[in-house]
Write a protein that binds this ligand. Sequence first.
Ligand code: DC
Length: 263
Amino acid sequence: MTKGIRIAVDGPSGAGKSTIAKAVADRLGYEYIDTGAMYRAVAYGMLREGITCDEADREKLASFLDDATVDFRGGRVCLNGEDIADRIRTPEISMMASNCSAIGIVREKLVADQRRMGETKNVILDGRDIGTQVFPDAEFKFYLTADAEERARRRLADLEAAYEKKRAELKAEGLKGKKLKSLLGPAPVFADVLRDIEQRDYNDMHRAISPLVRADDAVLIDSTHSDIDDTVQAFLDVILRASDEAAGTPCCAGCPCGAEEAK
Ligand code: DC
């Protein structure tokens, strides 16, 4: 069995990890694994089964995890074979994922799955503990962050787009007035989104098991003032330069590393 190259991307919620990791995966021809979606899938299943994060529900949770399969089909996260990718991006699931990811048996299961998925292929994984726990020996490690307010602005834009899409769908079904309003629920608000981001940052950084920390050897990238293309390029610069150095072949102007001049 040949070992692949593993690229670990960790960082707080809303820093753009999935967007950037997906773009880097496309550029390099690597497989992309969104580990946050796996915690969201478990959170979704727990909410559906009425299982809470309380100690009192631990046995129910253990038996749910024993029977649950979380995987990706065509890049979309599935729970027991059911594509749930469109149902896991709500604020409720975000908070439940943050809470259930602090539970040891949830992490044990998903970390084992992630190690299996990344064992033999070239992969880029994003999450909170990839460079510290899942693949501490990853060939490349990044820590991607941005100011909390900027992350909240980006998240708000996503939530607003989803809200408008849902409004258009409901209107197309002929709904209007009070019925439309009650099905849509309240429009997303910046202050709520920021509060959620700060709460999740706190949860993710202060939990007892595998808290979010920057690995000592992770390259820090702050995307507060960078757009997606610049941030992707910053990743590629690190990866392609290191690969070139390892191969002993200097990169040159025009090569995909983006360097202006030959080294
Ligand atoms: O990246 P995300 O927002 O989709 O992740 C959802 C939650 O899952 C997040 O609050 C923390 C948790 N998570 C984790 O603990 N470890 C990971 N490797 C990925 C996500």
